[in-house]
Design a protein around this ligand. Structure first.
Ligand SMILES: Cc1ncc(COP(=O)(O)O)c(C=O)c1O
Length: 352
């Protein structure tokens, strides 16, 4: 079967390009301090997670407990939930899951940490924890070194949990297009983390891991860094939002779509917001480089000179690969023209 025979919209990955992206990332990190712990949110596919491990990733990062369960079901042994898990029923499940893999979760609250400790004792397991430092994104994490130290100390003292290090994801820099600002702020973050590590050591606490980083800062993490784990995800597929970052990875992920209307100065495809996530900006048709685009639920209109005809298949680079993947049950693997495989996106929709 060829790409043009797919019923559209359909999600297609160029497998060799994806593997080249993975090889490029691994060779960038080779012999350097951080090891790759790629983020599952990009592909949500255990098949790809297993490929990442087979080629040299130390483990997998994910966002949600339900994703971690899928990964463990497919035999992934080292899993980081780069997020807080606070609901009691989920904590109980997580404690059991820790009996099947080396499981790490992030914390920024003492009661949450105690609840994880209680659940792990009940389940007879051990949960590794990273205390999260707020890095400027205003998401989770603690700001204060004293409080950070209290949590790390608590994690070292409570049964059923172990202090494994620092979660330090500066997501605010992932798509920072101003390269000089991105690099300067990353250096500032490194200095702050060094200070924190020294502060903890002065209190007798050793931080085995420092985990974080994105596709947009990965080349900086390959330099002199305190990070031991790189959580980048999008580099596998890439998308339009990452294009201006010039980080050297190739577009591997496309939505195959059909032109359903074509007139002078405008053509429309059969894929809209329900098939291409616009949360990080509009999509782009491969080989057609205009910026004037409008999306509705089932249509995207592209404005500008073109030669497309009704019925043409176009390959669309999504604005945001990770959120687009979450819209599909299946991923078609291709060598450029032929479809070589179709595999389920097992964790699609797993937001719990
Ligand atoms: C915790 C965490 N780590 C790493 C990433 C990096 O992902 P990417 O390389 O796709 O920008 C993200 C992105 O959302 C994230 O939330």
């Amino acid at each position: 079967m060829k790409i043009r025979d797919l019923e559209t919209p359909a999600l297609v990955v160029m497998e060799k390009t994806m593997e080249r992206n993975l090889d490029r990332m691994l060779s960038m990190l080779e012999g350097k301090h951080p090891r790759l712990r790629p983020h599952y949110k990009t592909h949500k596919s255990p098949y790809i997670a297993a490929l990442q491990i087979a080629k040299g990733a130390k483990g997998i990062t994910c966002s949600k407990l339900s994703e971690a369960e899928d990964l463990a079901n497919y035999g992934i042994k080292d899993i980081l939930i780069a997020n807080q898990v606070v609901q009691p029923s989920k904590i109980a499940k997580m404690a059991h899951l820790a009996g099947r893999c080396h499981l790490t979760v992030c914390v920024d609250d003492a009661d949450n940490l105690k609840a994880i400790s209680d659940a792990a004792c009940l389940a007879g397991t051990n949960v590794n924890v990273y205390v999260e430092l707020e890095m400027g994104m205003n998401r989770c994490g603690v700001n204060d070194f004293e409080f950070f130290c209290e949590l790390a100390w608590l994690a070292n003292s409570l049964p059923g949990v172990t202090y494994g290090g620092i979660q330090a994801y500066a997501g605010n820099l992932a798509h920072e297009y101003d390269r000089a600002y991105r690099e300067k702020t990353t250096l500032g973050n490194e200095a702050r983390l060094k200070e924190l590590i020294a502060f903890l050591e002065s209190r007798g606490i050793k931080s085995e891991n420092v985990s974080g980083g994105s596709t947009g800062t990965s080349y900086l993490k390959a330099e002199d860094t305190v990070y031991t784990e790189l959580q980048a995800g999008s580099f596998m597929f890439m998308d339009r939002a990452y294009r201006p970052m010039e980080v050297g990875f190739e577009n591997a992920l496309f939505v195959a779509a059909t032109v359903i209307s074509a007139g002078k100065g405008r053509f429309v495809i059969d894929a809209g917001i329900k098939s291409i996530s616009p949360d990080q900006g509009p999509p782009q048709v491969l080989g057609w480089d205009y910026d004037d685009v409008s999306l509705s639920e089932e249509h995207t209109s592209f404005y500008g000179e073109h030669n497309f005809k009704v019925g043409d298949t176009v390959m669309v680079i999504p604005g945001h690969c990770c959120a687009t993947v979450n819209l599909y049950d299946e991923l078609y693997y291709s060598d450029g023209e032929e479809i070589t495989a179709c595999r389920p996106i097992v964790s699609r929709g797993k937001a719990q």
